[in-house]
Design a protein around this ligand. Structure first.
Ligand code: HEC
Length: 101
């Protein structure tokens, strides 16, 4: 009975295909990782997730402030992350505190 119902539903879906809107069929995953809240998080949110997902930050092993500085400098100078000089210290404080050793 259940199978018959499923088959009928599937038939209906395939025949009525164009009537089904894409946004009705899919739900976005909710388990998207986020940066931890804290002082400086807005700098990270605006500067560090433009090119890659936040996983690049959150899945690193705990890094010292100096190690974060090396990474942030690389992002800025090699890849062109938009970071004014005055944003770097708050960002490094944030990264070292929340994703540090
Ligand atoms: C302009 C684009 C861009 C922005 C903005 C950017 N990144 Fe990246 N990031 C990259 C690219 C490209 C890679 C991959 C580099 C590689 O494979 O070595 C990367 C890789 C990383 C990695 C992996 C480790 C590594 O050294 O490759 C970390 C951690 C990281 N980014 C952190 C950050 C942080 C923190 C910020 C904010 C300051 C940031 N990224 C902003 C482009 C960017």
């Amino acid at each position: 009975m259940k199978n018959a119902f499923l088959t009928a539903s599937l038939l209906l879906l395939t025949t009525a295909g164009s009537g089904v809107k894409a946004e009705d069929e899919w739900t976005l995953p909710t388990a998207e990782p986020r940066l931890k809240e804290g002082a400086g998080v807005e700098v990270a949110t605006t500067s560090c997730v433009l090119c890659h997902s936040v996983d690049y930050v959150t899945t690193q092993p705990p890094l010292s402030r100096d190690q974060w500085k090396t990474i942030v400098t690389k992002m800025q100078q090699k890849f062109g992350a938009p970071l004014n000089a005055e944003k770097i210290d708050p960002l490094l404080d944030y990264l070292a505190k929340n994703y540090g050793k």
